[in-house]
Design a protein around this ligand. Structure first.
Ligand SMILES: Cc1cc2nc3c(=O)[nH]c(=O)nc-3n(C[C@H](O)[C@H](O)[C@H](O)COP(=O)(O)O)c2cc1C
Ligand SMILES: Nc1ncnc2c1ncn2[C@@H]1O[C@H](COP(=O)(O)OP(=O)(O)O)[C@@H](O)[C@H]1O
Length: 626
């Protein structure tokens, strides 16, 4: 596991440490070792016997606790199961005393969140005509690309939210709150990130429990506004936004700005000045980073929160390491040693940089083609051939879907999971034609197929909608092949995906059968060739030629990609993903790190990896009318 940057200098933190009621016995931890406060050689923490009074910061003063048994401040002992650090942050038992108790680190994080609620100012901000309510806790823990913050927008009767409204996220500098306000006033938006939620959700699609909580908050703010401003001027609820926090935003203090006018960067259109209508209450994005510099933007009142979150994350990292370490060990072992020693990180970085350039070229080329349906004659022409960036290779494992394709359309589609390379499904959108083979030791027979990368029938809106990859193979199989891996070669883009939820089945059927017809005409052999079952009359479109092109491209790859492939294989070994094409194991590591709130460090994915992933996931987020 990559530890976050060590940060400059050592940070001493004097914190009151409560020992466990049982006194000195070392804590048995789920990881088979008793955690010491601070990593060996890291900042050591000294127990204090007195609790500083922080009630003036609005923290719950923990008061004398029956658990508190003062210890001589000789050496920092193991963290008691009821250790308390920071005002009011009392951690729950580390190894659950009762079956349903949260694990240690989860209670640490939720306590820190709860604690934050008392420290960072109230959850609403208002201007004359608008109010923004922050539903999320003031402390938003980073959980990977799905990290989000939820707000509701209110406005006065005669000031509905403008249709061209956009939402921007601004980071607070060292200058604290005033720095943010100044930037907002002058509209200097050089470090603003546009985070306007991309999809509208219907109220019935929302998660019931979440919406009940949001409605409760909204009712409170609306009734208070009615009381304060009277029926004419009261601010009424307009929209609720679930906003994805871009990975590029790093840790720190942020504020959202509701704006009208102005243009989205990169979009044509009127260039009216963007006007800030209202800003949200501040919130803190925290990942389990142990880099003290992330305290940038902390004010005196929020410093204890910083310490709480910082210490919480330190504990988290200390406890997470044993989980991820074995994988890291395999990684290092497998990476070709001659590269690790001789070529070192430089070549890898250079290739990573080149890889991310290639990828953004891929993004550009692919997204260009994905805006309108293809002109069939362009691929039916006898001398036509796949245009770059195609052919592209994709693998995945077949999982059960909704069963709709067969039941409503009579066209079975195999849904894929563990899709590798994962980012392709965020780059490619729509319906494609290509070749598909079942990775089955007995045969590697490529058949013409239709590949769709689309939101599918996904029911509830999510912050980062994960596109569904599904394949219809133009071939009849004796029995289903769920659980089998597929090797896919995408040859060309056909058309944008129809929004299934709003397209009647008859219309879907017409489109689908046209796709199958077109794919058959382009790919099916007029004269079958023995090995690949593909036409020799259209040599540019055969699976054979595509595989040759792909291996040619692979041989031109840099050392860095060989390493990252080797890592993929290593993690597959450790994570036990067998059966070829069961790939995506390294995404397991990333998602485990993300669950632990560890930002996947830049060198994991090359320069600007976070920005690249934001490009893939897009703005994401969703909103609902109130
Ligand atoms: C020929 C063909 C065309 C398709 N076109 C679309 C499409 O335009 N939009 C879409 O979301 N899904 C499209 N699909 C994918 C299926 O509708 C998809 O598998 C479905 O969303 C999931 O159904 P399932 O759970 O039964 O697999 C197409 C599938 C086939 C076979
Ligand atoms: N020609 C085919 N193309 C795709 N899947 C097929 C085909 N023939 C059989 N199947 C099987 O049908 C399953 C998909 O059937 P479908 O009705 O779409 O159900 P689901 O909703 O689970 O995808 C696939 O998982 C696969 O095992």
């Amino acid at each position: 596991m990559k530890r976050g940057p060590g940060g400059s200098g050592r940070l001493r933190i004097d914190l009151p440490i409560r020992t466990s009621p049982r006194g000195d016995e070392p804590l048995s931890s789920p990881y088979g070792y008793s955690p010491q406060f601070g990593s060996p050689g890291g900042p050591q923490l000294r127990p204090q016997n007195s609790m500083p009074d922080l009630t003036r910061y609005g923290a719950r003063s923990p008061g004398p606790s029956p658990l508190y048994t003062p210890r001589s401040p000789r050496t920092p002992g193991p963290i008691g199961s009821a250790a308390t650090f920071g005002p009011g942050v009392t951690l729950g038992p580390s190894s659950p005393a009762t079956p349903d108790a949260k694990p240690f680190w989860q209670s640490a994080l939720s306590e820190a969140k709860h604690f934050a609620g008392g420290l960072i100012p109230h959850p609403t901000e208002s201007t004359k005509h608008y109010t923004i309510l922050r539903h999320s806790s003031a402390l938003v823990f980073y959980r990977g690309p799905g990290t989000s913050v939820t707000i509701s927008i209110f406005s006065s009767q005669d000031h509905p939210v403008p249709p061209d409204r956009t939402v921007w996220m601004q980071q607070r500098g060292f200058s604290g709150d005033s720095g943010m306000k100044v930037k907002a006033a002058f509209g200097s938006t050089k470090d603003w990130l546009e985070v306007t939620p991309s999809a509208e959700a219907q109220p019935h699609e929302l998660d019931k429990a979440a919406d009940r909580a949001w409605q409760r908050d909204i009712a409170k703010v609306a009734s208070r506004s009615l009381k304060d401003k009277g029926p004419q001027k009261a601010h009424v609820p307009r929209e609720t936004h679930v906003i994805r926090i871009p990975e590029a935003s790093e840790d720190g203090y942020f504020r959202l700005h509701l704006c009208s006018g102005g243009v989205h960067p990169g979009e044509k259109g009127n260039t009216t000045k963007r006007k800030v209508l209202c800003s949200s209450p501040i919130f803190r994005v925290a990942s389990t980073s142990i880099d003290p510099s992330v305290m940038r933007g902390a004010s005196l009142t929020t410093l204890p929160l910083e310490v709480g979150a910082f210490v919480g994350s330190k504990m988290l990292l200390a406890r997470a390491a044993p989980v991820l370490a074995p994988i890291e060990k395999v990684y290092d072992k497998i990476a070709p040693s001659f590269v690790a020693q001789k070529v070192g990180g430089m070549a890898a970085d250079a290739v990573q940089a080149q890889k991310s350039q290639q990828r953004s070229a891929l993004l550009a080329a692919a997204s260009q083609q994905q805006s309108q349906p293809l002109d069939p004659s362009s691929i039916l022409h006898p001398n036509s051939e796949p245009s770059p960036p195609f052919p592209l290779k994709l693998t995945g494992k077949v999982i059960p879907g909704t069963g709709r394709s067969s039941s409503t359309l009579g066209i079975p589609t195999a849904n894929l999971s563990f899709v590798t390379p994962d980012d392709l499904r965020y780059t490619l959108k729509g319906t494609f034609l290509g070749w598909t083979a079942l990775v089955n030791p007995l045969e590697l027979q490529y058949h013409p197929s239709i590949i769709t990368i689309s939101p599918g029938y996904s029911s509830s809106p999510t912050v980062t909608p994960t596109p569904q990859v599904s394949v219809h193979i133009i071939h009849s199989f004796p029995q289903p092949f769920v659980g089998i891996s597929l090797k896919i070669i995408i040859m060309c883009f056909l058309r944008p995906a129809l929004p299934l939820r709003s397209t009647p089945p008859e219309q879907q059927l017409v489109a689908f059968s046209q796709d199958v017809h077109l794919a058959s005409s382009v790919l099916l052999p007029s004269s079958p060739s023995p090995d690949f079952g593909s036409s020799s009359s259209r040599p540019s479109w055969t699976a054979e030629r595509a595989i040759h092109l792909l291996s040619l491209r692979k041989s031109q790859r840099g050392i860095g990609e060989i390493i990252s492939d080797a890592k993929e294989k290593a993690v597959e070994k450790v994570m036990g993903r067998g059966g070829g094409g069961g790939g995506g194991a390294s995404e397991v590591v990333t998602s485990m790190q993300q669950k632990l709130g560890v930002r996947v460090s830049k060198n994991d994915g090359g320069e600007g990896a976070a920005g690249f992933r934001d490009e893939i996931y897009g703005k994401g987020g969703y909103w609902v009318k109130r």
